[in-house]
Ligand binder design. Structure first.
Ligand code: PRE
Length: 277
């Protein structure tokens, strides 16, 4: 007994400390680690493009599979198969510590469960009252209403679990990318606080949007994802040259132009509006 009690002490202490990191704003909002800069974040966003494109390619292996999205296909008729799949998977992943990482946000935070994972002190870069800003609902709506019909073939093949699992991977990749707008905004603010403060104090979202927009960066992102989708989506066939892309590059560039970049900017603006310096 004495052994158990003694060995539990460090764990209790760590739990207590990590609890305080999350509840005490002054402890959370620490200076960024030296390697965390706008440039390094942009490199991370660039790498995420690969994963997003491969996730779309994986989802495109299955047809649209409409029974996954209809509440009428399910016994209780309130939630679709995919929503139940996402809720239950997030609950398990939450138990195993996925959402301890501030870069990860669940689509259904209400279903969070007690943690099994050992506590870890992730760098707390975000300003706590603004850290919960997210575009999860818009990402969910955009993915199912707009994007999915653009890159999947009509029809169904019964691979419903595989379809829902691929959807969740796409959703999580998009969520991480778009909600990283919180980190981008924080770093932009730290780089040039004097430029941002008047608009933050005036709660002027239009000026904030203007300040954080870099048209040349956006154009480069859109061009790059088009080229990546062209390369990643090729079939390697030793007999003949295949021309059909697994996911149309124009769909990927449109995804970024119409949704990913605008939603990231929305997150950036909303994050800064919640800042009270
Ligand atoms: O790289 C930045 O500065 C960002 O804010 C990210 C991002 C993007 O979503 O790719 C968004 C807004 C900028 O206009 C340029 C690019």
């Amino acid at each position: 007994m004495a052994f158990i009690a003694e060995s539990s002490l460090p764990l209790i202490l760590v739990c207590f400390l990590s609890y305080n990191i999350y509840v005490l704003p002054s402890l959370c909002y620490s200076s960024s680690p030296p390697e965390f800069t706008l440039d390094s974040l942009r490199i991370a966003l660039e790498k995420q493009e690969d994963f997003i494109i491969f996730s779309l390619i994986e989802r495109a292996r299955y047809p649209y599979n409409y029974p996954v999205y209809e509440t009428s296909s399910m016994a209780n008729r309130n939630r679709s198969f995919v929503e139940i799949y996402v809720r239950q998977t997030e609950a398990i992943e939450s138990k195993f510590g996925r959402y301890q990482n501030p870069e990860e946000l669940p689509f259904f935070p209400g279903d969070a469960h007690p943690q099994l994972a050992p506590p870890h002190r992730f760098p707390q870069l975000l300003y706590p009252p603004a850290a919960s800003v997210n575009a999860s609902q818009s990402i969910w709506d955009m993915y199912f209403n707009d994007l999915l019909p653009l890159f999947t073939k009509k029809g169904y093949d019964g691979n419903y679990q595989q379809t829902a699992a691929s959807d969740l991977i796409c959703l999580q990749a998009l969520s991480k990318r778009i909600n990283s707008g919180r980190f981008v905004a924080e770093l932009k603010f730290r780089d040039e606080p004097k430029s941002y403060l008047p608009a933050i104090h005036a709660k002027d979202s239009e000026s904030l949007m203007r300040l954080l927009t870099s048209t040349s960066v956006e154009e480069a992102v859109v061009r790059r994802v088009f080229e990546k989708a062209k390369i990643f989506g090729q079939d390697v066939n030793l007999q003949k040259n295949s021309t059909e892309a697994k996911v149309e590059p124009s769909v990927v560039s449109m995804l970024y132009q119409q949704w990913v970049i605008p939603l990231t900017k929305r997150v950036e603006v909303d994050y800064l509006l919640r800042h009270s310096y």
